[in-house]
Design a protein around this ligand. Sequence first.
Ligand code: EPU
Length: 343
Amino acid sequence: MIEERHNFSLKAMNTFGMDVSCGVFIEYDNEEDLLNIDFNALVKPVFHIGGGSNVLFSGDFPGTVLHSAIKFLRTLPENAEPEGDTVLVAAGAGVKMDSICGWAAENGLWGIENLSLIPGEIGAAAVQNIGAYGSEISQAIHSVRCYDTVECRFLTLRPEDCGYGYRDSFFKHCGGRYIITEVVLALTKSFSPQLGYGNVRQTAEAMLAPGEVLTPLKIREAVISIRNGKLPDPADVGSAGSFFKNPVIDGAAFSELKAEHGDFPHYDLPDGNVKIPAGWLVEQCGWKGRTIGNAGVYPKQALVLTNATGKASPEEIIALKDLIIKSVSDRFGISLVPEVEIV
Ligand code: EPU
């Protein structure tokens, strides 16, 4: 079923809580609906939203906002692609990512437990290649079904065809041509915890009773407790999670920075480049916990910009973002790039 609204408020549809509206809002709840939408006739520009947890509206959106309410979750017959302990799970694009993480953990399936509590819906998660604590969703994707709005047909892509990178995919660079309708995850019953990032191992093991072994559910609980300690719940404080990407610099630039600033947290990449935590850069520039007007930098994680009072305007968040980018550039010579999509 297609539902169409005009001058629709998006306030409840973006986790930053920006009080903005769109010209037309169209929600659909099955694939066939897409065949009935004339994409050439839509009021432009067109933006497809998911859970609105990685987007900052810069003002009222004059065009059409599309949203998928395709919400099924089912395991595919075990013989769909038999690979030992693999279980294929298909989810409609509109299913909340964390409800899938919870379901998988409850059913003892490994693969997405480290992605627990990330807000948003799985369709957008597969566009954005969400990641946390050493896992990225692309590692668990078996295939993605999408609708080509130009040729009006559905196609199925394997992850190697999706151009996945750090918080990146081909879908982010196709001008909205392809709309994800379904994501199939390949989860596994085989014991395969991902414990290499930060304090995941320590937190999870501390939660075990004597003799108890790690399960996807235990890791999920550990990740939830780590996230709750650092990141704001969008229900309490508006934000879009990490506002900036962690920048990557080359080895020579890293050596220069180290000579000037002493050692600091970083991740060596296989290609010799170095990823620098943007949160550290922002904190070093004195932004952690500061507010300017109604916009703030979260006191427990400097990478997160917030709608600190609940009344921030898009202009206030954008002005704060610009000030932070300038100060990090002045001090470190590194240009931070937003991870959040500014629309
Ligand atoms: N750090 C600081 N100050 C801060 C925040 C971080 O110095 O205020 C330093 C710390 O030294 C810390 C390091 O940065 O050891 C890394 O911090 P953290 O482990 O919290 O991760 P992050 O790099 O800040 C990334 C993702 C998060 C994801 C976490 C955990 C990006 C842009 N962000 O943050 O993703 O949850 O790792 O895997 O890659 C998101 O995308 O919205 C998001 C929250």
